[in-house]
Design a protein around this ligand. Structure first.
Ligand SMILES: [Zn+2]
Length: 84
């Protein structure tokens, strides 16, 4: 979990990864709530659907970082075409 870089906007080192784990967790929560809420089919089914969506997008959010100072979020590594 050491894959990070300083914030490209403000240069802060207080950067955290808002990656896959959070999305997987959210997806699982949504699905379990959705199962309970199936007594209200419209609510339950839409929650299940959203939960599955979270699980689907989670692998693509793996390297997303967020700055705790200015709240900017970006993909890591930022701009692969950028010359070192
Ligand atoms: Zn920042």
């Amino acid at each position: 979990m050491s894959k990070w870089e300083p914030c490209p906007r403000c240069g802060s080192n207080r950067v955290k990864s808002t990656g896959m784990f959070m999305f997987v967790l959210l997806g699982i929560c949504m699905i379990s709530f959705g199962l309970w809420l199936l007594i209200f089919p419209i609510v339950g089914i839409s929650m299940l659907f959203i939960g599955v969506l979270f699980l689907i997008v989670s692998p693509f959010t793996k390297n997303t970082l967020q700055c705790e100072d200015c709240k900017k979020s970006w993909k890591y590594p930022a701009g692969q075409s950028k010359p070192a």
